[in-house]
Design a protein around this ligand. Sequence first.
Ligand code: SF4
Length: 339
Amino acid sequence: MKMPKPVIPVTPASSWQSQLAHAVTDPLQLLQILGIDPSRFPQCQLAHQGFQLKVPQSYLAKIRPGDPKDPLLLQVMANAQEMTPAEGYTHDPVGDLDAVRTPGLLHKYAGRVLLVTTSACAVHCRYCFRRHFPYETQQPARQHWQAALDYIQSHPDVTEVILSGGDPLSLSDQKLAELIAELDNIPHLKRLRIHSRIPVVVPDRVTRDLINLLAGIRMQSCMVIHANHAQELGVAEYRVLQQLKQAGIMLLNQSVLLKAVNDRADTLVALSERLYECGVLPYYLHLLDPVAGARHFDVPQTEALALMNTVRASLPGYLVPQLVRETAGENSKKPVFGL
Ligand code: SF4
């Protein structure tokens, strides 16, 4: 079948807010833009009804047109396999809801708490462990932050706060600045950690104002980005990550091991090499969290261990991420060893 010529839509303005607002949210439009035959993704519209597709144009620009197996496309494209029920795959795979202490505040592990600051993300990753998270009841609107702040105040053993979501960098600078200022005023907090995929997805969001905000606080700032493939880290991503690093912000990366995306040793090696070029240390490589709809991304543990053996033989130790699994109710993520 002859495919129509790819149509690249023009974004009316280039601010990061505009880029988020003009993300592609229709699977057939995404395929049309990329010049991919829709028959390669049957029932994608139905799968998308269960979890909306969302791809900003800065991410779209890194997907190879015409390639239905592109590793970036597979992370974001709605897929009929998502609708096949799988035993053990649930809506709350890592026990988030049992860890809620006040709306939007999760306290799972000693010494740190996590704030679900927003439901919004710049991109919707099909394997996301929070794809079914009940954001409507855990929505951390302004009034909820007070309960979260009170909780942290009354727990002097908590020395680190993780801003998560959704993606915390979806929030405006003003909202972020207000929340961070409140946290910075709590004397026993030593570290602010931000978990964000945005530097990899909409790098323009990492503005000078944002960098100054993160670099100008009393707490030590750390950002854990989320890249799964070296192809995600182009020139713009390199530039903003270097800027963050130069501002003194510790940069780490967490990835998810995903079938057909990054389940080859050379792909993982290339990712580590590219991360280091960008000023980022590989931190975690997660085995897939068993979230309903993501079974087709699973890489069996024995395969993962064999892959890691090859990766370890190819890289210096500081570029080898730790293979981990998170299990609901445990007191930390657990390293996965073997072979
Ligand atoms: S950016 Fe993070 S929270 Fe948002 S959909 Fe992707 S994995 Fe989930």
